[in-house]
Design a protein around this ligand. Structure first.
Ligand code: ZN
Ligand code: ZN
Length: 245
């Protein structure tokens, strides 16, 4: 009973005061400066898929998978490594409908974009990875679209939430091996309408990249109609190896 009351009081206090979501002490920001600086920022990643690499690896060097098979996108960037505490913040956002998290998750990705795009221009259009309508109905929102909206505002890049559609409701990718993941997603998406001719560089927005199967399938769908378009993949977090191959 004591724990039950403590929980309620703690949740009420959080709701009323909106303290830092990680240390619950600082009242000024959703993630205080101290917790922000201690997040697992992804500093050294593969030049194509941003898989975390050792700090000793030369800038722009590629992981074994990208050397074996070049992915269909131009570049992929992730703000953080998918581990504590970012994994639980993304989980709260997606599964416990903590909508306000979209603001700071979008800010984390915007910070990474500003840092990692000093050498080339940013894309002209943002496209969030679509959810099948059944999952959208169940979850009540598309987490990628919410983050993309924050990015669009923060980086002043237009957003299109309608041109991509998921036409197959596929089982959750969690726990699947890399090959099963890509089989699972075959022909799962369509591009409802062609992109404007002046759009030559786009970014797909998703919450987490694990094997890259979703991004690969979406690139295939888009490149079929726009063979020369440049596609970048932006995700909040990147799963480090080992995930199931
Ligand atoms: Zn804090
Ligand atoms: Zn790679």
């Amino acid at each position: 009973m004591v724990n039950f009351h403590t929980d309620i009081i703690q949740q009420l206090t959080q709701w009323l005061t909106n303290p830092c979501q990680l240390c619950l002490r600082d009242q000024s920001k959703s993630i205080c400066d101290d917790c922000w600086s201690k997040l697992p920022w992804l500093e050294h990643g593969c030049g194509l898929c941003d898989l975390p690499m050792p700090a000793s690896a030369a800038a722009g060097s590629l992981c074994a998978q990208c050397i074996k098979e070049k992915p269909p996108w131009n570049r992929a960037i992730s703000a953080l490594v998918y581990r504590a505490p970012i994994a639980s913040l993304i989980g709260q956002f997606k599964y416990y409908r903590r909508f306000n998290h979209s603001r700071f998750l979008g800010q984390m990705l915007a910070q990474a974009v500003n840092k990692k795009y000093t050498d080339q221009p940013t894309p002209q259009l943002l496209l969030p990875v679509p959810l099948h309508w059944k999952r959208g109905l169940f979850r009540g929102f598309n987490q990628s679209a919410e983050v993309a909206l924050e990015l669009s505002k923060g980086l002043s890049i237009p957003l299109d939430c309608h041109c991509l559609r998921r036409i197959r409701s596929t089982p959750s990718q969690q726990g699947l091996e890399a090959k099963q993941r890509s089989r699972n997603l075959r022909k799962a998406f369509i591009l409802k309408q062609k992109l404007a001719a002046e759009v030559r560089h786009i970014a797909l927005i998703d919450d987490v990249m694990t094997t890259g199967a979703t991004s690969r399938e979406l690139c295939k769908t888009i490149l079929k109609q726009h063979p020369s378009i440049k596609i970048d993949i932006w995700t909040i977090a990147r799963t480090p190896k080992p995930y199931k191959q």
